[in-house]
Design a protein around this ligand. Structure first.
Ligand SMILES: NC(=O)C1=CN([C@@H]2O[C@H](COP(=O)(O)OP(=O)(O)OC[C@H]3O[C@@H](n4cnc5c(N)ncnc54)[C@H](OP(=O)(O)O)[C@@H]3O)[C@@H](O)[C@H]2O)[C@@H](O)CC1
Ligand SMILES: Nc1ncnc2c1ncn2[C@@H]1O[C@H](COP(=O)(O)OP(=O)(O)O)[C@@H](O)[C@H]1O
Ligand SMILES: [K+]
Length: 496
């Protein structure tokens, strides 16, 4: 594994997620290295056939072939299943004579009967191979293609590359798409395979090696990664024998009077994530509560913003967290600005973001390169009303570029974008995390790691991963309080 100047792996086994255009580029780069399209298509078809034979007993396969190379893969599958003893029928959308290049070669190698695509092709099938459209999907699926996909019923479907009708990049359904039981894609996954709602259409996803060398990614330089511990395992902060509580990382955080649970959840999470010392600045009248409930957190009371600034001015402080439970009165905004003036890496969450609704330029002017903003969709809209649409990846990226900060946009998929254009997507989080307070835990985890690393993108990625992992381990019925106690177990898993 090599790494780029900023420490991210240039390529790893399959953590890069490619755009459709980058997939075509990968094919081209492979061909430029002497690997023919025919070889790739044979390998693609062989991978699909292998996955089918490993899962289903011999039966009757209906192979739905489209007019392009996706259909070409289908012809290879037809041949290999037949050789393995399956009964195979092939239905082609369009004319045989219109097939081009490798697809035409594979149709000839199949050499058996090819029927025009009709719903009848499905009669008696025990398995359907959907090889209508893949990366080349260019318009909504309609007509006989749509009718056939919709008539499949309960029979298992194996999609070649993507379920036809699902666009690889946008995760949009164009026209119709039959959800697959298994999707076999090649070289590296696309966004549709990994993010909602597309991933729900793919069923089990197998990313098959078809002989494209990983080195082609050096040319492609992809900027989207799936968040996985292999991405940053080596960079996870670990205390050494010379460390003491201050050198491990000292986090200063702001707390409020009303939503005291939010700050407590965040403080616990920061401690569990390895901040050696958590200093909590509380309004004087709430400080006793924090002192009693957070034994190992150092609580200091303040009367006004000046008092708050004095607390966080402790020179040993190397990261700040502000937002969870801060409150939305005017003093909150002053404290956010005071925190930013402290000029240490800082996580801004919840109220620290919402307070700037209608006045977001004031916040943006004061942000610095060490900031991580962790909005959910509602907070994001308040801060960036000019950015429309539901494409969270594009939204996070645009916001990171605009603000110069790392933006972690929370949701079922969480997108973490840097101003430099890197995007880490956290996939597969459990919907059990959709419960009040889990966002405060996430902010605390990230801040705790930030106090140790000083690196916003890295800290956000590690924090989001540990958060999802804790969600999985806690399982159904989880409440936010359950997450932090699981962090030691997760750190052990990572270090194993
Ligand atoms: N060497 C390689 O490159 C490798 C490629 N591989 C395989 O190739 C696949 C990509 O192949 P591809 O580029 O030919 O595109 P593909 O998905 O077959 O579709 C294009 C055709 O469909 C048509 N069409 C599209 N949408 C339509 C619609 N809604 N309704 C009707 N028609 C529609 C479109 O028409 P047009 O847009 O030209 O009008 C065109 O004729 C990729 O997914 C993988 O499976 C693997 O073998 C590995 C090696
Ligand atoms: N459907 C879901 N699937 C997976 N994770 C989710 C889902 N809904 C919410 N989450 C996660 O739960 C957390 C909720 O955070 P947030 O909305 O800030 O809650 P709170 O403000 O109550 O702490 C986020 O990390 C988010 O990614
Ligand atoms: K397909």
């Amino acid at each position: 594994m090599t790494s780029n100047a900023r420490g991210w792996p240039d390529y790893t086994t399959d953590l890069n997620i490619l755009t459709v255009a980058q997939c075509y580029q990968a094919d081209q780069e492979a061909m430029a290295r002497g690997i023919t399209g025919e070889t790739l298509m044979e390998a693609a078809g062989a991978a699909i056939a292998r996955e089918i034979l490993a899962r289903w007993p011999s039966g009757k396969a209906a192979i739905l072939c489209g007019p392009g190379n996706n259909g070409g893969d289908g012809f290879v599958v037809a041949r290999l299943l037949k050789e393995a003893g399956w009964q195979v029928v092939v239905g082609l959308l369009g004319e045989w004579s219109q097939l081009r290049g490798d697809a035409s070669t594979m149709a000839q190698r199949w050499g058996e009967d090819v029927r025009p695509l009709t719903v009848e092709i499905l009669d008696g099938a025990t398995l359907v191979v959907d090889a209508l459209f893949g990366a080349g999907l260019s318009k909504p699926v309609e007509g006989i293609a749509a009718e056939t996909l919709e008539a499949i019923g309960q029979v298992p479907v194996v999609a070649v590359d993507v379920p036809s009708g699902l666009h690889g990049d946008s995760t949009e359904i164009l026209g119709t798409a039959r959800p697959a039981d298994l999707t076999v894609t090649f070289f590296r996954p696309k966004r549709a395979h990994r993010t909602y709602p597309g991933a729900l259409h793919c069923g089990e996803v197998v990313v098959a090696d078809i002989g494209i060398p990983a080195e082609v990614l050096d040319q492609i330089a992809p900027t989207l990664w799936e968040n996985d511990l292999e991405l940053w395992r080596d960079r996870l902060p670990r205390p050494g024998w010379r460390d003491n509580k201050f050198s491990r990382g000292m986090l200063a955080m702001a707390a409020g009077v009303e939503m005291t649970g939010a700050a407590r959840l965040a403080a616990r999470a920061a401690q569990r994530a390895g901040a050696g010392y958590v200093l909590l600045a509380s309004p004087e009248k709430a400080s006793t509560l924090y002192r009693v409930s957070l034994e190992s957190v150092v609580v200091k009371g303040y009367r006004d913003t000046l008092g708050y600034s004095e607390i966080i001015s402790d020179e040993r402080v190397n990261a700040c967290l502000i937002g969870p439970g801060l409150g939305t009165d005017f003093g909150g905004m002053e404290k956010v600005l005071a925190t930013l003036r402290r000029e240490v890496p800082t996580v801004l969450d919840a109220d620290a973001l919402s307070l700037f609704e209608g006045n977001s330029e004031l916040l943006f002017e004061n942000l610095h390169g060490g900031c991580v903003l962790t909005p959910h969709a509602g907070e994001f809209k308040r801060l960036f009303p000019e950015f429309g649409g539901e494409d969270y990846l594009a939204l996070a990226l645009a916001a990171a570029k605009k603000t110069g900060a790392v933006i972690l946009l929370k949701g079922a998929n969480t997108f973490i974008a840097s101003p430099e254009g890197e995007i880490i997507v956290n996939t597969g989080a459990s919907a059990d995390l959709a419960t009040a307070g889990t966002g405060d835990v996430l902010a605390g985890l990230i801040a705790g790691i930030l106090a140790q690393t000083g690196e916003p993108l890295l800290s956000a990625s590690i924090g989001a991963w540990m958060h999802s992992r804790a969600g999985k381990l806690a399982g159904p019925g989880l409440i936010a309080e359950d997450l932090s106690p699981l962090i030691p177990k997760i750190l052990n898993e990572i270090n194993r």
